[in-house]
Design a protein around this ligand. Structure first.
Ligand code: SF4
Length: 339
């Protein structure tokens, strides 16, 4: 049985159920790199150019973690999933960057994801993987592709219901035919909390506890309800995408921008906005400013947190506590003013 390695970073957070279900349908075994840790980060720093953003450095570390455990590495060339925006240039060149990193690696499956309508456009991607892995019977990979799209849809519904990506993946693992109805939300959105903060950023930053210094959980521990781009319903995302005369060029950046418009649209929807950005991210230079200006316009407190290889838990905690204290004081003042 062929073993395909998938790095536990970047598009993993958005599409792992799709990749995994499809590959298993071809009778391949899927192995993941370990969750990001100090060693993976150090490997990544060693193997990449210094001015790469930290998620790209980390990707290289994950590749090193996988290289001796897999026959192939799946590093898709993510071009577009909606036919409108493309992924950031680093995603477009990712398979080449990995291939030429200098490390001795297994063959890289770099099939192109360029969909105009989500499930249909994916089938040339599936066909390419099936060809690379030598799958002969066409009906098998087509059926597997349909199953993968179904699992991906359920996964997205689970995220929308408030599960974090790894919780949603576990849920799918334990109950592959799972329905979303009745899903218990162990650590996602909690409407009972008093302070609600829009925690905005790319999924591979927000949901990687090592990279983000576990920001999401830190906010929960402070009694805050963090709401993320993954909790904005698709029809609202589509609605927000019509508000600007010109959207961003990049997929994940648009999701952050549109989510900020949604959370800031109505007074009281959120008490504050935190934008989590990766040091040396080109697109974020624009997205961050955009979210900051929108927050200012709506008089909603805003905080930027930048993560890089030197980010310390302590500094992050202090800044978060100061921001949350300020939000609490503001809310109390406004409560008294209204009373
Ligand atoms: S969007 Fe930014 S953080 Fe993400 S890969 Fe591109 S440059 Fe790096």
């Amino acid at each position: 049985m062929l073993i395909v390695g998938i790095p536990q970073t970047l598009s993993f957070y958005s599409y792992y159920p799709l990749w995994k279900t499809f590959l298993e349908g071809l009778e391949a075994e899927v192995v993941l790199s370990r969750p990001t840790n100090r060693e993976i980060l150090e490997w990544g720093i060693r193997d990449t150019v210094t001015d790469a953003c930290i998620p790209i450095k980390i990707l290289h570390g994950h590749v090193i973690d996988l290289k001796d455990r897999a026959d192939y590495l799946l590093i898709p060339r993510m071009v577009s999933v909606d036919g409108r925006a493309t992924f950031c240039p680093k995603f477009l060149g990712l398979p080449d960057m990995v291939r030429f990193s200098g490390a001795k690696l297994p063959p890289v499956i770099d099939s192109r994801v360029q969909a105009t309508r989500y499930s249909h456009g994916l089938f040339s991607f599936f066909a390419d993987i099936a060809r690379t892995l030598g799958a002969k019977r066409n009906f098998r990979w087509v059926a597997s592709g349909f199953r993968a799209c179904r699992q991906q849809r359920i996964y997205q519904q689970l995220l929308l219901a408030g599960l974090l990506p790894r919780e949603a993946m576990r849920h799918l693992e334990t109950d592959p035919g799972a329905d979303v109805a009745g899903v218990a939300v162990p650590s996602g959105s909690n409407p009972g909390e008093k302070l609600k903060v829009a925690l905005l950023g790319y999924p591979y930053v927000l949901y990687d506890p090592f990279l983000s210094s576990n920001l999401y959980q830190k906010l929960k521990d402070m009694g805050v309800d963090p709401v993320t781009p993954e909790l904005v319903p698709p029809r609202q995302i589509r609605r927000m995408s019509t508000f600007l005369p010109q959207n961003f060029f990049w997929h994940y950046s648009n999701r952050v921008g549109w989510s900020s418009l949604y959370y800031l649209e109505k007074p009281g929807r959120v008490d504050g906005v935190i934008h989590v950005t990766a040091f040396a991210c080109g697109p974020d230079a624009m997205v961050g400013k955009f979210v900051e200006l929108e927050s200012k316009k709506k008089r909603v407190p805003f905080l930027t947190l930048t993560v890089d290889e030197h980010t310390g838990e302590g500094g992050m905690q202090t800044r978060l506590e100061a921001f949350v204290d300020m939000l609490r004081a503001k809310k109390e003042r406004e409560g008294k003013g209204a009373g």
